[in-house]
Structure formats: structure tokens, C-alpha cells
Design a protein around this ligand. Structure first.
Ligand code: FAD
Length: 292
């Protein structure tokens, strides 16, 4: 597509794909197939999630190792809650040895029954970012999480913004947002960032819609709003998966278009280890492939 006005050229924007570490050998085979297909369009990098407290550590390593063996630019996620500095430091040194220079630094979610601050050395993601900068200098390009609809535990929107600013001041280079389906939430968040002097790129996180009950469960847990009109339509499709996918595609395609037209610095797709929904969006957005 032709860039309009003074918006950045689509080719200078940052498109990335998120994976989660599969639990089974079959899941790993499916992930590999999905990555091969997704890799063909030339994203900037793939990221891979990490369970707080080290719950997915070995599986995250396995996925990250495989991605690196393919020569793929990889950004492991690192969630600090429930871990101490030695444990986090050892993981980070492992990644440095593998040639990794990009990391997604997170607090992670507290296991149920723990207090608000949990245990371990780190209470919040800004402390992890501070640690990474103090120990490893500028080695990493550090991404942090941002919440256009605000984090569910934040006492207020202003408090959440102040906490986001702490992560930026600690040394984050860029942010990826929680998913959302209301473009105005993102643009409002960007206005707030500008007001607070936060000028790092904030890349919208995009969740394709393929499965309503799973999406509703995730959204309730992470505080991402599914607008009522979308919820009602999806509920109405019942078990008709084709109808859910078709409607979901149209909704998310329109969201992506609005975000890119409004100047978003890129898109980060929560692929759920599937290639088809993301590739369909990619194609219908007219995004370039690396070969183009
Ligand atoms: P923080 O930035 O620490 O914020 C958490 C809460 O504490 C917010 O309410 C904030 O306002 C508040 N807060 C922050 N700093 C302070 C402070 N200094 N004082 C007082 N309050 C403060 N989870 C995983 O377990 N593994 C993953 O791989 C993973 N990947 C993710 C990727 C993306 C792009 C996103 C958006 C989320 C991801 N999550 C992941 C989920 C994330 O860990 C949760 O949303 C978690 O609840 C918050 O993590 P955070 O890094 O945003 O925390």
C-alpha cells in the first residue's frame, strides 16, 4: 500500500509474531510448520512466551533453541515474578551465549494464593528492566508490555501510566500492547504517552479471532475488553467455526487497518502457534513479504 500523509512507510514498520512453547511433541511439530509458513513473509522477529516462576523454562528454551538453529531472529519473553536474580541472570547469560539480543521483559502473572507482590527478587517489570540494564548494559533491545485498556490490577489509569513510564525510564526500548479490539483505546493511550513524554514505539498486540470461548476466557483473565457488539455476534454463531473465523477476520482486519492508518509503528501478532489466521490478515492488509 502507498503510505499516506506523513505516516511512516509500511516497510519501515515493525511486524513480529508471538509463539508459546508447546507441551507435546505433536505441538512442537505444529509450531515448526507454522513458523516455516510465517517466516516466509519476513517478520522482524518471533517471540516466545515464558511461564512465570519458570513453569515453562525448559520448553521455552527448546522452542528458542530451535528458532535460533533456523537462523530466526528471536526474542524470548522473560517473566521475573517468583524468581531471584541468580536464576534470571543464568537464563539471560544462556541467551547471550546463543546470540540473542532482543528480550521481552515482564513481571508475569502471580500464581493464585500469592499476595500482590509475590516472592522472589523482583516485584514489578521495571525492576527486571533495571536489572537487565545494570548487568548487561545495552546488550539487549528490551520490549515491555503496555495496556491501552489498563492493567487489571492497576488502581487507576493514571497509576498504570506512571508505572508504564517507570519501565521506560528503567531502559525499555519499545513496548508491545495487550490485545484490544477498540482502536480508540490505543490512540488514547498514545496521547497519554505523549503527554507524559514517553516516546518509545508502542506496537499494538493483535489477537486473531478464531475461537470464541477461548477468547472470552483469556479476555476475562487479562482485562482485554471484547466490545459487546462483537461478543453478541460471536455468541450468536454458536459452534459455527467458519462463521466465527470469517467475522473475526473482518473485525481484526478493520482494526489493523485503523491502527496502521493512524500511525502505529507496526503490529505484533499473537499467533497462538497457528499460521493461517495471521497470514490471511497479512495478505489482506497488503503487507509486503521479505521477497517483495
Ligand atoms: P508490570 O509492568 O510490573 O505491571 C503489573 C501491575 O503492577 C500493573 O497493574 C502496574 O500498574 C503495577 N505496577 C508496575 N510497577 C509498579 C510499581 N513499581 N509500583 C506499584 N505498582 C506497579 N506473562 C507471562 O507470564 N509470560 C509471558 O511470556 C507473557 N508475555 C506477555 C507479552 C505481552 C506483550 C503482554 C502484554 C503480556 C504478557 N504476559 C506474559 C502477561 C503479563 O505478565 C501480565 O499482564 C502481568 O500481569 C503483568 O506483567 P507486566 O510486565 O506488564 O507487569
Amino acid at each position: 500500500p502507498t503510505p499516506s500523509g506523513n505516516r511512516p512507510d509500511i516497510r519501515s514498520r515493525n511486524f513480529s509474531f508471538e509463539l508459546f512453547p508447546p507441551k507435546t511433541a505433536d505441538g512442537l511439530d505444529k509450531l515448526k510448520l507454522a513458523v516455516r509458513r510465517l517466516q516466509a513473509v519476513g517478520p522482524l522477529y518471533f517471540s516466545c512466551t515464558y511461564g512465570a516462576g519458570g513453569s515453562t523454562r525448559e520448553r521455552t528454551f527448546e522452542t528458542v533453541d530451535w528458532l535460533r538453529e533456523q537462523g530466526i531472529e528471536t526474542a524470548p519473553h522473560l517473566a521475573c515474578i517468583g524468581s531471584d536474580k541468580d536464576e534470571i541472570g543464568a537464563i539471560v547469560r544462556r541467551y547471550i551465549d546463543e546470540g540473542i539480543s532482543r528480550i521481552v521483559a515482564l513481571r508475569g502473572d502471580l500464581p493464585s494464593g500469592m499476595g500482590r507482590t509475590g516472592f522472589g527478587t523482583f516485584r514489578y517489570a521495571n525492576e527486571l528492566v533495571e536489572f537487565l540494564r545494570a548487568e548487561f548494559g545495552d546488550h539487549f533491545h528490551i520490549e515491555v508490555a503496555a495496556y491501552p485498556e489498563f492493567h487489571p490490577q492497576a488502581p487507576s489509569a493514571d497509576a498504570d501510566l506512571a508505572n508504564f513510564k517507570r519501565k521506560v525510564e528503567a531502559g525499555a526500548d519499545a513496548a508491545i500492547t495487550q490485545y484490544f479490539y477498540n482502536a480508540d483505546a490505543y490512540f488514547g493511550f498514545m496521547d497519554d504517552c505523549e503527554r507524559l513524554g514517553i516516546d518509545i514505539p508502542v506496537v499494538p498486540g493483535i489477537m486473531p479471532i478464531t475461537n470464541y470461548s477461548q477468547l472470552a476466557r483469556f479476555s476475562d483473565a487479562c482485562g482485554a475488553e471484547i466490545p459487546r457488539w462483537i461478543r453478541k455476534r460471536l455468541e450468536g454463531y454458536g459452534d459455527d467455526r467458519d462463521a466465527i473465523r470469517a467475522f473475526g477476520h473482518d473485525v481484526v482486519l478493520d482494526l489493523c487497518r485503523r491502527l496502521l492508518d493512524g500511525g502505529a509503528p507496526g503490529l505484533h501478532f499473537y499467533t497462538m502457534n497457528q499460521s493461517a489466521p495471521t497470514l490471511r490478515l497479512w495478505e489482506d492488509l497488503g503487507l509486503p513479504t521479505s521477497a517483495a
